[in-house]
Each structure stands twice: as C-alpha cells, then as structure tokens.
Design a protein around this ligand. Structure first.
Ligand code: XCC
Ligand code: SF4
Length: 621
C-alpha cells in the first residue's frame, strides 16, 4: 500500500479495508483505468446537443466540433467552466458566512456571536461604514449589507481589490480583467461558454482569471474575514493530527466539509454538560470532536481541535470502525462514504440543503436553530456509540502534534508587530523566499507524497512555506508544523524560526484562507514598493484535484505568483491554450503556470524562480 500513501496510518487502514473487502477511492481509481484520453486532454465538448464532439489529438480525425470549435476553444471553455464551479463553491461558502453575520447582528441566529469586534470595526472602516458610537450589531448589519452587494454588480469593482498593490491593479486594468461582481463573473463564465458565444481561447482565459480574482479577492476573502469576525481571528494554537486522534473509549464525531458555521456549533454542543452525561451513561468517557478536510482546518485554526486527516482519509476514518458519526456539509465529501459507513456502524449525517447523500441521515442545519441542531446531531452520535462493532474497531496509533493558527494578524504578532523582521531576513538571504504549498490529495499521486517532498525540500533550501487545505494537514501529520521542525530547515530559515519560536511551515487555514496568503503577499509587495510578481514567492499545488483548485490557480497566477501544478490539468489538447497558460500569460500577468509531476523537479522550478526574482530585486544569494 506504500505506493498509495506515504502516511503510515493510512497504509494501515488501506490494509484493513482490503481485508474487510471495502473498496476505497484507490480501487475505484484503478477500475477507471485507462481514463478517457479526450477528457484528460480537455478536448471533448458536450456544451450543446449537436455533440458530444471530440477532437482527435493525433491529427488523424476531426480537428473541430460540429459547430467548428477547435481544440483550443473547447479546452479553454472547459477550463472556464471548472473555474466557474470552483469560484462558485468558494463564493457561495463566503455568502453563507456573510448571511450568518447578518442574521447574528439581527439577533436571529442561535449560538453565534461577534467574537472579533476589532476586526469588525476595521473592516467597517475599510468599507466606509461609520463606526463611532455605534453598537457592533449595527455595524455588522451594515457591513454584511455592503458585502452582499459585492456579490452582485452594484459597485463596478470589488472593494478588496484595493488591498492589492497599485502596480497589480494597473495590470488588471490594462488586461481588462478587474472583477466587477462575484456572482456576475461566474454567470458570465456560463454565458461565454454556451455554444456560439466566446470562441477565442485568449479571451476565455482572461475572463477565467477575472473570475478567479473574484474568488480570491472576493468570495474567499469574505469567507475568511467574516469567519474571523464571527468565530475569532486565529492565533497560534497547538493540537493533534492523523487518525490516531480518534479515541477508543469516547464518542467520536468527525466534522467533514467546509463551512465553519456548522463545525463551530458542533464543537460548542459537545461541551454541553447534558450531552456529556448522556455519553457517560452509554459507557463513553467523553465526546471527541475531530475535523477533516477544510472544516477541520477551520476549527483547528481557532480551537486546536484535533484533525483526523485530509481528503483521501475520509473513507479510511470510517474504516477504523470507531467513528460514531461523520457530519458533513458541502464540498469534497465523497458520495462513497455512505456505502463504506454501511459496513460499520458509522452514521453519515448530511446537514446542508445543498448537499444530500443517498443513504445518509439528513438533519437540516440552519442558523436560526444552529445550536439546537448541533445538539441533536451530537445526541445521535452518542446514541450510536453502543452500536460500535468492537471486533471491527482498530485505530492506528499515529498521531502528531501541530502548531497552527497563523492568520496575517498572528504572523505580524509573531514578528513583533511589523513585517520588518521578515523583510530583513528575506533581504539578507536568510530566507530566500516564500512558497505557498496548497491543495488537495489525488489518487493519481501517492497520498501526501507530493506535499511532503516539496515542503521538506523547500524549507531545507531556506524557503519559508505557507500552507492551507489538505496540504497543511499532510504536513501537520509529518510534524512539519512544529517549531522543532526548524531543525529540518536550512541554516537561515532555521535560525529565523528558532528566534521567533515559529515552525518553518506556517498553517494559514482552510482553502478560502488562501486569501490570507494574498493579503500577506500584498503587504510585503507594498512594503517594498513593488508588484507581487516581483517578489521571490511561488505557489504549488502538488496533489490538486478539485475545481476550486483551478479557480485558486487562476487567481494566484492572476495575482502575479508563478505556480507549479503537480497533477496535470485537462488542457494539454489545446496546444495554443497550453502555451498561453505556461508562457504567454507572463507578458500579461507577470506570472504563469508550470506543470511538473515530479516533486523534485517542481522544487527546482520554484528555487530557480525565487533566485531569478531575488536577482531582479538586487538581493544577494
Ligand atoms: Fe477539498 Fe478543502 Fe482540496 Fe482538501 S484542499 S480536497 S478542495 S478539502 Ni481545499
Ligand atoms: Fe460540439 Fe460545438 Fe456543440 Fe461543443 S458546442 S458539443 S463542439 S457542436
């Protein structure tokens, strides 16, 4: 099973699954082989019912669809639809948080509070909302209203774009890709990719970048900032990770999905004395809430809640036989879960009206009765505890401590209040640059291997690594999110980490929190008076799989950051499109993509890029 994962706990559970005849994503992946070549290359189209059409990649067959669309048009349209779906997912999440703040301010949401009033007031000031002598509820309502307008097209350009360096904003102006409204750009993607609308691959890609920007500097940024207002801005916190966090003698509840509105309430409900007493009555020593994927990241960032694993471990968690309930909301939840759960005693509880699963118990979650609903869910898990099939329970012992919680505010605090120590270290070459290693797992790549190889080599080369998402969970499990990991860093980065007491790999949150990375990059660029594309920074998504990752890629490159992808995007069938993404984009955006499936070579690309940027800035080494 070593070829499937580099994570020992996962390898053990893969073996257990095999013994017990449970199929996982890896078996299903094998059954899909060989995967459709047209799909892999991005050159099949079913955007209208004259089709489906396919382009022959070898040039022996059709070179265009029935309507005349070429390989580049088809692949670009498909890419745009991926971006639209990804941006929609992030932004709809953002919208839900904005709505929750609005309802909280109106006194209509149960269990929520405005936890970070300071952030509320500073954001209100950013949006030009009067704060003097007003209650936090009054301010929050106005701010939420302002945010809601950003989803439409009332204002002409997104407010948060003003956080970007002047030079970057000029790049967007010049390219004609300033995002107007968050929803608007997504809708326009769907319009442009309809049969017979936008057929120019360059024009399509430019709008894709605009849509991505409306995610990164819009929907995702709202998700992050408003979550901080509601649940608190993260500060450094310690916790534990990997499947070993499950407890044999406790009621284990895994919260899986993305939105903190649900997971925060489950965390709160699990502290309820009555429910704890109920758990003891059933013979359990307590209630153990653990996270998975990005909702796990949300609660580990703010509470140090244990995280059971990342994307490819969701089925394996159920295979432990020790999960009494897995509570899911939206995104990255495999439909296969209910089938796996059916072989054990685990209850899969869906909660979002947007996401139902055949075979799951559906407990609709809404903000008005959030805490009551959370209690009900915890009660179901407690009642399920005695149904555990003891003979099938096996929890791997692997667990690892992590330090997380590096919001922009926390990073500044760790630096003593200003960016200067970091800038000085970069200027002096102690830290060569910063790399964001983010994204998913993908059975096409040994689980976690890409994340770990890349991150280990980068820190060894004195590159500070910032992370979010499943990449961060991979590194948490490997012990890289600990100050002690400074020993694995190069001499320069290691010394800086030891002086500040921080890990060489900073966990900045869930995937919507890549907005925190954008804000940090913008602040560094502003401090140096340059564009983001001038900085010695790079992005990498070694194991990405989701459409959200495509939207992220679009806005990261659109923000001027060179980005290396470790799994191949479905565009290679469009030769001119591929050339645009990997070369041509540089002349317009100051950044481009690279595709490199070998992590060692990916590191080299990043180091070369960082060295070139240092040289251009006149920095030594
Ligand atoms: Fe999903 Fe966010 Fe990817 Fe992980 S990293 S597989 S998107 S949970 Ni966001
Ligand atoms: Fe074929 Fe064109 Fe219709 Fe796509 S839009 S299915 S290429 S005819």
């Amino acid at each position: 099973m070593g070829e499937r994962s580099v994570d020992q706990a996962s390898i053990k559970m893969l073996k257990k699954a095999a013994q017990e005849g449970i199929e996982t994503a890896w078996e299903r992946y094998e059954k899909q082989q060989p995967q459709c070549g047209f799909g892999l290359l991005g050159i099949c189209c079913r955007n209208c019912n004259m089709g489906p059409c396919r382009i022959d990649p070898f040039g022996d067959g059709p070179e265009e669809g029935i309507c005349g669309a070429t390989a580049d048009t088809i692949a670009a349209r498909n890419l745009l639809r991926m971006i639209a779906a990804g941006a929609a997912a992030h932004s709809d999440h953002g919208r839900d948080i904005v709505t929750t703040l609005w309802e909280t301010a109106a006194g209509e949401a149960q269990g929520y509070q405005i936890k970070d009033e300071g952030k509320l007031r500073s954001l209100a000031a950013e949006f030009g909302i009067p704060v003097e002598g007003r209650s936090k509820e009054e301010i929050a309502r106005d701010l939420a209203r302002e945010a809601m307008e950003e989803f439409g097209m009332v204002k002409g350009a997104l407010k948060f774009l003003e956080r970007a360096p002047q030079k970057r904003r000029e790049v967007w102006q010049k390219a004609g890709i300033v995002p107007r409204g968050i929803d608007r750009e997504i809708v326009e993607c769907m319009h442009r990719t309809h049969m017979g609308v936008d057929n120019d691959y360059v024009n399509l890609v430019l709008h894709g970048v605009r849509t991505g920007l409306s995610d990164g500097w819009g929907g995702s940024m709202f998700a992050t900032e408003f979550s901080d207002i509601l649940f608190g801005t993260p500060e450094p916190v310690r916790g534990r990770s990997n499947l070993g966090v499950l407890k044999e003698d406790q009621v284990n509840i895994i919260v899986h999905g993305h939105e903190p509105t649900l997971s925060e309430m489950i965390v709160l409900a699990a502290r309820d004395e009555e429910l704890l007493a109920a758990a003891r009555e059933k013979g359990a020593a307590g209630i153990n809430i653990c996270g998975m994927c990005c909702t796990g990241n949300e609660i580990l960032m703010r509470h140090g809640v244990p995280v059971a694993g990342n994307f490819l471990q969701q089925e394996l968690a159920v295979v432990t036989g020790a999960v009494d309930a897995m509570v899911v909301d939206v995104q990255c939840v495999m439909p296969a879960l209910t089938g796996v759960a059916g072989c054990y005693h685990t209850k899969i509880i869906s909660t979002s009206p947007k996401a139902r699963f055949e075979g799951a118990e559906h407990i609709p979650f809404d903000e008005h009765h959030a805490l009551d609903t959370a209690r009900k869910i915890v009660q179901i898990a407690v009642d399920n505890y005695p149904r555990r099939k003891k003979e099938f329970v096996r929890i791997p012992e692997e667990e690892m401590e992590y330090m997380a919680g590096f919001s922009v505010e926390a990073v500044l605090k760790a630096l003593g209040g200003s960016l200067n120590p970091l800038l000085d270290a970069i200027k002096a070459g102690q830290i060569k640059g910063i790399a964001a290693v983010v994204g998913c797992n993908n059975p096409k790549i040994p689980h976690d291997r890409g994340h770990l190889l890349l991150t280990e080599k980068l820190i060894k080369s004195d590159v500070l690594v910032v992370q979010t998402g499943c990449a961060a969970i991979a590194c948490a499990k490997a012990g890289l999110l600990l100050p002690e990991a400074a020993a694995q860093a190069g001499p320069g980065l290691g010394a800086v980490c030891r002086a500040l007491g921080i890990p060489p790999v900073l966990h900045m949150g869930s995937c919507v929190d890549i907005s925190r990375i954008l804000v940090t990059a913008a602040a560094i660029a502003n401090a140096l008076g340059v564009d983001i594309s001038d900085l010695p920074v790079a992005g990498a998504a070694p194991e990405w799989m989701s459409e959200k990752a495509v939207s992220i890629g679009a806005y990261v490159v659109g923000s001027g950051v060179f980005t290396v992808l470790g799994s191949i995007p479905p565009v290679l069938g469009g030769k001119k499109l591929t050339e645009l993404l990997t070369e041509g984009a540089r002349s317009v955006l100051g950044a481009s993509f690279a595709v490199e499936t070998d992590p060692e070579k990916a590191v080299d690309l990043i180091l070369e890029h960082i060295a070139a940027r240092r040289k251009a800035l006149g920095l030594e080494g």
